[in-house]
Write a protein that binds this ligand. Structure first.
Ligand SMILES: CC(C)(COP(=O)(O)OP(=O)(O)OC[C@H]1O[C@@H](n2cnc3c(N)ncnc32)[C@H](O)[C@@H]1OP(=O)(O)O)[C@@H](O)C(=O)NCCC(=O)NCCS
Length: 150
């Protein structure tokens, strides 16, 4: 398994991985344009040419980044890949000098295992102002905000 930055040739595999998990109701779907726009922030897990995982680190503010589009292929779940990818994205935030990493998620237990704790969405105004206000789910979002201080 190789953890590496995403390149344009990975976009269709990333799209399908996210779509697959979105159809299961586990995450929000992403149109291709959103993957192109955010490609530079994405890391993939490459299993001998097959993309089996993806995750992005999106900068929200000078001291806050968000883990987005985290998805592991159904037949590779439970092997520790998600946790390793989160750890890599947290390290990336640290290297960028960003002290707080956020996730808005349904996977509370998974993120707890990586050291994240539940916080009130209201404590993250940069996220609410920038993204939540434009989201269909606002103001009745059922995702949990979780934060890790790096
Ligand atoms: C959530 C997801 C990324 C986890 O990846 P994974 O590779 O299967 O998880 P890991 O094997 O790295 O698990 C790490 C730890 O979390 C635990 N864990 C993983 N998923 C869990 C779940 N749904 N509920 C409870 N615990 C969970 C594991 O048991 C493991 O615990 P351990 O460290 O004590 O052994 C993956 O299941 C996935 O792609 N889900 C669909 C998309 C999604 O929900 N993305 C998150 C959007 S924010």
């Amino acid at each position: 398994m190789q953890f590496r930055k995403a390149v344009m040739a990975d976009t269709e595999a990333i799209y399908e991985l996210i779509q697959l998990n979105a159809e299961l109701g586990l995450m929000l779907p992403r149109p291709r344009i959103s993957i192109y726009e955010n490609l530079q922030s994405m890391t993939v897990i490459d299993d001998q040419g097959t993309i089996v995982g993806v995750g992005g680190l999106h900068i929200l503010w000078s001291d806050l980044a968000e883990i987005r589009s985290l998805a592991i292929a159904p037949d590779k779940k439970g092997l520790g890949l998600g946790k390793e990818l989160v750890s890599l994205l947290v390290k990336e935030a640290h290297q960028l000098g960003i002290p707080r990493v956020l996730s808005l998620t349904y996977q509370v237990e998974f993120f707890k295992k990586s050291g994240f704790t539940i916080v009130a969405k209201e404590s993250l105004p940069q996220k609410v102002w920038k993204d939540c206000l434009n989201c269909n789910k606002f103001p009745t979002c059922d995702e949990t905000a979780m934060l890790l201080v790096v």
